[in-house]
Design a protein. Structure first.
Length: 213
């Protein structure tokens, strides 16, 4: 009986020792530091179709245990993103690129994809007016699917010919002025306006001479 008791006591001692050792080992494990913030740089981005750019992330705190990031696009038809944060512009529009940590913290970048204006042509390219005359110019913009076709009109000499926001030219005084149409991305088209000269369709035939009897 005494022998069985001694064996049982030894078993208890061994179990207690193992438990204490395991507890000591657990107390020495590195604590998990959770991600509290994910910031995407840049936070806004404008690209042309076909262009690409790599996004970067700033994770807070810097010593977070797991800094794995999963990238996703709200509109892959506008902009795609790969596993490394490389964004590629696919079609006109706006997409939200999201960077998500393993514990669900997110950072975002708004990507705008545009088709820029490449050519602005003012029609007509030359114009002859008499003082007081008016004429509205028009524009031909390429490509036809340009995202923003807004045009700003300006005159090199408003004292000769002024132009309003709709391209309407008014002849003020004799001389020559250049009317410029500028797109939002800086592409320009021009029209040369001459004021005070006969228009191209004016009658230029010489007057007949009559003999006075």
């Amino acid at each position: 009986m005494k022998r069985h008791f001694i064996g049982f006591a030894c078993c208890l001692t061994l179990v207690a020792a193992l438990f204490a050792c395991n507890k000591r080992n657990n107390s020495q494990e590195t604590p998990v530091i959770e991600v509290r913030g994910v910031f995407v740089h840049p936070s806004t981005l404008t690209l042309k179709i076909g262009d690409s750019e790599n996004l970067k992330t700033i994770i807070s705190p810097k010593n977070a245990t797991d800094q794995t990031i999963v990238w996703a696009s709200s509109r892959p038809d506008v902009a795609t993103v790969d596993g490394n944060g490389k964004v590629t512009a696919v079609g006109n529009g706006e997409a939200i690129i999201t960077a998500t940590s393993t514990n669900g913290v997110q950072g975002k970048c708004t990507v705008t994809v545009v088709t820029p204006v490449t050519e602005v042509q003012v029609l007509p390219s030359t114009l002859t007016l008499k003082i007081g005359d008016t004429q509205t110019l028009s524009t031909s913009i390429k490509p036809e699917n340009a995202t923003d076709k807004t045009i700003v009109w300006a005159s090199s000499r408003p004292d000769v010919a002024k132009v309003d926001e709709n391209g309407k030219v008014t002849a003020i005084s004799s001389g020559e002025a250049t009317i410029t149409a500028t797109s939002v991305n800086g592409v320009q088209g021009k029209c040369t306006v001459s004021v005070g000269k006969l228009s191209s369709n004016a009658n230029t035939e010489p007057l007949q001479e009559f003999q006075v009897l």
